[in-house]
Design a protein around this ligand. Structure first.
Ligand code: FAD
Length: 448
């Protein structure tokens, strides 16, 4: 497809409304042979290559300006073998495609929290979701990959075939080729979920959050993922009236499995956090849980900027910095500041050896993300600066970063995502499979 052709604009449109790049050509692939032909065409014509699945990389890095876009939206099929508990998922599938196909049998595997995110980008970087503390990351649940490499070869990669690549594909991002199919292990998780949180005034939040901290790590069942949020609530009918336009902290957990079990085991504990402004106890289908944030994150609607960190521990000082949203002045107007969130790790994520895959920082206690969203381009500089400030304030407490929340950090970000030993192993792998660095529109590992 060329500019002006039907489908060209939808292929280049991404989640972040700040991104407006125009590829010279878009190739909508429907097979691995198409992908190989597209790579060959790009090479012969000196075109930069971008690989797009869900288009949710923070800075829309999958779309090349003036280059060739490998658009995988024609490869979205998901085939579930319920008896074998396996799903074959094509490289352009979105999380909702996988969740819906697997839940038809009461099955699931770890997938992220917004259903229009791409399976490929998420899984290749690791893949955190509400099932990860119980089942491991998305990448921990991949048995095999089909990948088209820079030289056009199509390989089947597993524990016993191209083992070096199998190690690198589990967390190394889109550096080694175009994945056209994942084979996932599925698990019987039922179809129910539970959301429990309490929302606190800023005066109550410091002590409530110190108690919430006790939920982290192995202190709670693996069905639960502790969550915390700080930000200004929007003025909308869906928000309780006492919270609208108010800066608050929301603390609780997400549970996948029998809601009664979650209520019995954790609600008394949540009650002990303190007296809230509002409380939510919501039983919901797992498929609904997987879409609750979809509308807020509707692609192309808002301009976005994100900063993230991994933390191995959560000190009182880190809690207070989180609750300040990076502002030294407690009286500062907070309405345009980024939201901050924590999501608990541990459980099955930490139980897998760090050496087992390229994914790093398995001993993370919580992941921090500062996220800001706005619509007026005139606010770009101010919004981005505030998110950088929040990220900077939290940095002294950080032990690394998740590669999939990196944006414009460049090589320094990649060095925070992987410890030096892993990075040099990844660089050697890159030299072996993509010496010319054809696949560089990503969090790039340079061939060494
Ligand atoms: P794309 O922009 O399409 O791709 C990103 C990069 O992945 C590309 O540049 C390319 O290098 C590579 N790539 C894509 N497809 C392929 C392929 N088939 N073969 C080889 N390389 C490929 N992460 C989590 O872990 N858990 C979450 O719950 C979560 N929630 C999110 C919610 C939102 C709204 C957003 C915007 C992001 C979220 N993320 C989450 C981060 C997400 O994992 C990354 O942004 C990821 O890169 C998105 O993948 P994508 O396929 O949608 O993106």
């Amino acid at each position: 497809m060329l500019a002006g052709d039907e489908g060209y604009d939808s292929a280049r449109a991404v989640w972040n409304a700040m991104v407006d790049r125009r590829p010279a050509v878009v190739v909508r692939c429907t097979s691995s042979a198409d992908v190989a032909a597209a790579i060959d065409f790009a090479r012969r014509n000196g075109l930069e290559v971008g690989v797009r699945c869900g288009g949710h990389s923070v800075l829309g890095i999958s779309v090349p300006d003036g280059g060739l876009l490998i658009d995988l939206s024609g490869l979205r099929a998901v085939h579930v073998d319920a008896e074998a508990r396996r799903a074959r998922v094509q490289g352009g599938a979105l999380l909702g495609d996988l969740d819906r196909a697997a839940q038809a049998f009461g099955l699931a595997t770890t997938a992220g929290n917004v259903s229009h995110t791409g399976v490929s980008g998420l899984t290749l970087g690791g893949g955190m979701g509400w099932l990860a503390r119980r089942l491991g990351l998305a990448c921990d649940n991949v048995d095999s990959y089909e990948i088209v490499t820079a030289d056009g070869a199509t390989l089947r990669v597993s524990e016993s075939q191209h083992e070096d690549l199998f190690w690198g594909l589990r967390g190394g991002g889109g550096n080694f080729g175009v994945v056209t199919e994942f084979e996932f292990r599925l698990h019987e998780v039922g179809t129910s979920a539970l959301l429990v949180d309490r929302t606190f005034d800023l005066a109550e939040a410091p002590s409530a959050m110190r108690r919430w901290r006790d939920l982290l790590g192995d202190n709670v069942p693996r069905e639960a993922t502790p969550v915390a949020w700080i930000g200004t609530m929007v003025d909308s009918p869906g928000v309780p009236s006492q919270l609208r336009n108010r800066t608050v902290a929301s603390l609780g957990f997400v549970w996948v499995g029998d809601p009664d079990n979650g209520l019995r085991r954790l609600v008394p504990w949540v009650t002990s956090l303190g007296a809230p402004l509002a409380e939510r106890v919501e039983e919901l289908p797992y498929l609904r849980l997987q879409t609750v944030d979809d509308e807020w994150h509707r692609p192309g609607l808002r301009r976005r900027y994100v900063k993230g960190h991994y933390l191995r521990e959560l000190s009182d000082e880190a809690i207070d910095t989180f609750l300040s949203q990076g502002q030294a002045d407690p009286e500062a107007d907070r309405t345009r500041l980024p939201n901050g969130s924590f999501q608990g790790y541990g459980g099955a994520i930490a139980a897998t050896s760090n050496d087992d895959s390229a994914f790093s920082h398995r001993n993370t206690l919580v992941e921090f993300v500062a996220a800001t969203a706005w619509t007026d381009p005139a606010e770009d500089a101010q919004r981005i600066e505030a998110a950088r400030q929040f990220g900077g304030a939290m940095e002294p407490f950080a032990s690394g970063v998740y590669v999939n929340v990196l944006g414009d950090e460049g090589d320094a970000g990649v060095r925070r995502a992987y410890p030096a030993g892993k990075l040099s192993r990844l660089a050697a792998l890159k030299r072996r499979y993509d010496q010319g660095n054809i696949f560089h529109l990503n969090q790039n590992i340079r061939p060494q």
